[in-house]
Design a protein around this ligand. Structure first.
Ligand code: FAD
Length: 416
């Protein structure tokens, strides 16, 4: 069965060739992505910050955003080609978290779009999303980090955990953090937050590495009397939850993973190659009925999962109304990731646990990294349980029902 949603039309093949050639000619071999993301050096970080500006000028860094804000003005099919070719060339993906730009696009004023969105889309600036606090992860509405008005400014205090992003070392970070802050402790839940753009390079912001099983791209963030001007509040003083809903819509699968699902699942491809090429007593490992079954199930699951993501992606890109499709794709990603990691472990046995430094590790040790990632990814962007709650609300089988938040493509105007 052909799962490719980008049929090789003449125009698309020409575009693919253009992207492939450019990437081959313009990326230094020693700056390409390593198997282990932890091998991302400071030199690579600054190289890619510059390279992303070049990619943005070509319209390939944020392909489907409008040109007027620094996007590519291209279609989802173009984005599919770009994602696939970037993976093939081992190019470093966008260093900015993709969610704040979508949120600014929906909720920002024109001035804020010029000030924050355009520099993010053109890679002049980078951002991470700052949501999770030590005591409010799943229940973000119980946020405790505060923003207090002082004249025209706001003064921010609080702390966060698990903030993902690549930086130039443990003490480094992006240019901006985007996320909610408690603006009115007296107001009821969902009416007590503001959503802020927080510059990282000024006084009062501290970022520290968080050492997780998944790698070193997680961070603690501490805000101590951080002063930001009034125009860094996006949406109204009490509208932060509504603004955040656009970001959470993406977290919960509403943008189909932002195009990443348009590339093949390398881990499953590796599993199939392993089952075919590994010989036991002169026969391929894949001829064992149990291995054959595990490998086939991994293949089928991964393609069904990709189809869910692609469906949500195309609904998002076409500006249609999402119902449960994003939630289903989000839940499937988590479940499928864990299941397939277990299958890899079952088929490869102890070899699947060998790391990148071990010469016996299949596929250079990628499986060991993938096994660690699958567990962490089931918790990221809301845990497995929360993904089930969100899906139930969208399907109308929960006590609380929920509609999709406005997205940049849905044409829904944010209520200012
Ligand atoms: C690899 C990784 C990257 C991350 N990146 C970011 C990032 O870039 N930015 C950011 O802000 N955050 C990030 N996070 C944080 C992530 O969003 C949170 O970990 C997640 O939302 C869960 O919050 P928590 O860890 O506080 O768990 P808790 O909310 O404390 O939940 C603990 C457990 O209780 C369950 N639970 C809680 N409430 C309910 C309920 N109502 N019904 C049923 N079960 C419930 C949960 O499912 C979970 O199993 C990342 C996390 C990981 C692991």
């Amino acid at each position: 069965m052909d799962f490719d949603l980008t049929p090789p039309t003449e125009e698309m093949e020409k575009f693919r060739q253009e992207v492939r050639t450019w990437l081959e000619e313009n990326i230094a071999e020693e700056m390409k992505e390593s198997l282990d993301a932890d091998e991302f050096t400071e030199e690579k970080y600054w190289y890619w910050r510059e390279k992303h500006k070049e990619l943005a000028r070509k319209g390939w860094l944020n392909p489907t955003y409008p040109k007027e804000y620094g996007g590519g003005g291209l279609t989802g099919a173009h984005e599919a080609v770009i994602v696939q070719e970037m993976r093939r060339a081992r190019a470093c993906p966008n260093l900015s978290n993709r969610r704040p730009p979508e949120t600014i696009m929906v909720w920002g004023t024109e001035e804020q779009k010029q000030k924050f969105l355009a520099p993010l889309l053109t890679a002049q600036m980078t951002c991470w999303q700052k949501l999770t606090e030590p005591s409010s992860g799943s229940d973000l509405a119980s946020y405790q980090s505060t923003a207090v008005r002082d004249g025209d400014d706001w003064v921010l205090n609080g702390s966060n955990v698990f903030i993902s992003g690549r930086g130039p070392g443990p003490a480094g970070g992006p240019d901006y953090l985007f996320g909610p802050m408690l603006t009115d402790p007296q107001a009821p839940r969902h009416r007590n937050l503001g959503y802020f753009a927080i510059p990282v390079r000024g006084p009062g912001v501290e970022i520290r590495s968080m050492n997780l099983i998944v790698g070193r791209d997680s961070h603690f963030v501490f805000l101590n009397d951080v002063r930001v001007p009034g125009d860094h509040l996006i949406g109204g003083d009490h509208q932060g939850w509504q603004v955040l809903s656009t970001q959470l819509e993406q977290e919960h699968g509403g943008d189909g993973g932002g195009g990443q699902a348009l590339a093949p699942d390398q881990s499953v491809e590796n599993l199939i190659t392993y089952a075919r090429q590994t010989k036991i007593n002169g026969r391929s490992l894949g001829s064992d009925p149990l291995v054959e079954q595990s490998t086939e199930e991994a293949y089928i699951d991964s393609h069904i999962d990709k189809l869910f993501s692609k469906r949500a992606y195309w609904i998002h890109e076409s500006g249609s109304q999402l119902a449960h499709e994003g939630g289903l794709s989000h839940l499937s990603d988590k479940v499928c990731g864990i299941r397939n990691a277990n299958r890899v472990r079952d088929v490869m046995g102890p070899y699947g646990l060998l790391g990148i430094k071990d010469h016996l590790a299949p596929h250079g040790g990628t499986q060991e990294i993938q096994l660690r990632r699958a567990i962490a990814l089931s918790h990221l962007a809301g845990s497995l349980n929360i993904a089930k709650v969100v899906l139930a609300r969208r399907m109308g089988i929960s006590r609380t029902q929920e509609r999709a938040a406005p997205m940049r493509t849905s044409g829904a105007k944010a209520a200012h």
